[in-house]
Design a protein around this ligand. Structure first.
Ligand code: SF4
Length: 306
């Protein structure tokens, strides 16, 4: 039997309305993310993420570059939000994340996008960088559910989360897909302007895992659970061993961990010689080896011998 997505249960019980109400209250003194800027976004005050009340969407459509369990045959229904609450100086999508390229969307327009993605066969709705627009997104989800949305919802984030917000949205998203970017606070400060990154990511990942457990698939398609991404960076800027130890020891050895080798220097990376190049194959292989030695076994692959 197919698993019923959590947001439908919340909608049917009326709890989704209460969640939306609580999230919009937060916007009046914003602490949606760990930066806790306390700006009133309803009154158009802007904090670190430069996002106000209006939802900004950069693009949407079926995406085939995600993990196979999300992509299936017909793609992951991806919705890219503009702006970001992290500040990665090497971001590959800096036009969206730093320069906020996107268009204003009302809640019913976003709901219409979700229904469109469902109608063309996408296996899920995948919100990329949702943290700073959480109230508006959940409001749109409610409107989409009314119109028949019944796909798993994916919360695809940098991992830099206020755990209190993750607690509020318990049940809304079926799949959490956080990054774990750094384990070293000096590097998190230097490259992403977030010295508390690892602490906030650790508490958030624990809460996400408490809510949804390890990743589960039905007929090869992800339906619920935690899917973690870890980007290998040159010169071990990511502090991979400590990050993977946390996953293996404090989350679960059965965690699905996509260890990614696609770092490439972008945006302001050329100001930092240590990250102004690709990681070597040896660096990538050594991170895979660490993961295997820790007992992790899902979501990553060994590169073919050269
Ligand atoms: S979501 Fe934006 S305004 Fe709100 S606390 Fe985070 S960075 Fe600040």
């Amino acid at each position: 039997m197919k698993t019923k997505p959590g947001h439908i249960q919340l909608y049917e019980s009326g709890k989704l309305d209460k969640i939306i109400e609580r999230l919009f209250c937060v916007l009046e003194s914003c602490e949606l993310c760990p930066r806790k800027c306390k700006v009133n976004r309803i009154k158009k005050e802007l904090g670190f993420c430069r996002s106000g009340k209006d939802l900004l969407i950069s693009s949407f459509g079926p995406h085939f570059g995600e993990e196979p369990e999300l992509v299936g045959k017909l793609g992951s229904g991806t919705i890219f939000l503009a702006n970001c609450n992290l500040g990665c100086l090497y971001c590959q999508n800096y036009d969206i994340s730093h320069f906020g390229e996107g268009e204003k969307f009302a809640a019913d327009q976003l709901a219409g996008q979700m229904i469109y993605l469902k109608n063309i066969g996408c296996h899920n709705i995948n919100f990329v960088t949702p943290t700073h627009f959480l109230p508006q997104i959940v409001e749109s989800i409610k409107l989409a559910v009314r119109q028949g949305l019944d796909l798993p919802l994916v919360y695809n984030s940098s991992g830099y989360e206020n755990v209190e917000m993750i607690r509020i949205i318990d049940g809304v998203f079926d799949i959490y897909m956080p990054d774990i970017k750094y384990s070293d606070s000096a590097n998190a400060r230097k490259y992403s302007l977030a010295p508390d990154y690892f602490e906030r990511a650790k508490e958030s990942l624990k809460e996400m895992h408490r809510q949804v457990g390890d990743l589960k698939a039905e007929d090869g398609i992800a339906v619920k659970g935690l899917l973690i991404r870890h980007l290998v960076m040159p010169n071990d800027v990511a502090g991979s061993k400590k990050a993977l130890e946390f996953i293996a020891e404090k989350i679960s050895k059965d965690s699905y961990v996509n260890i990614m080798d696609q770092y490439r220097p972008c945006y302001k990376a050329n100001n930092f010689p240590e990250i102004d190049h690709f990681p070597t194959e040896e660096e990538f292989k050594s991170v895979i080896e660490i993961a295997r030695n820790l007992g992790l076994h899902r979501g990553f692959y060994s590169p073919s011998p050269s």
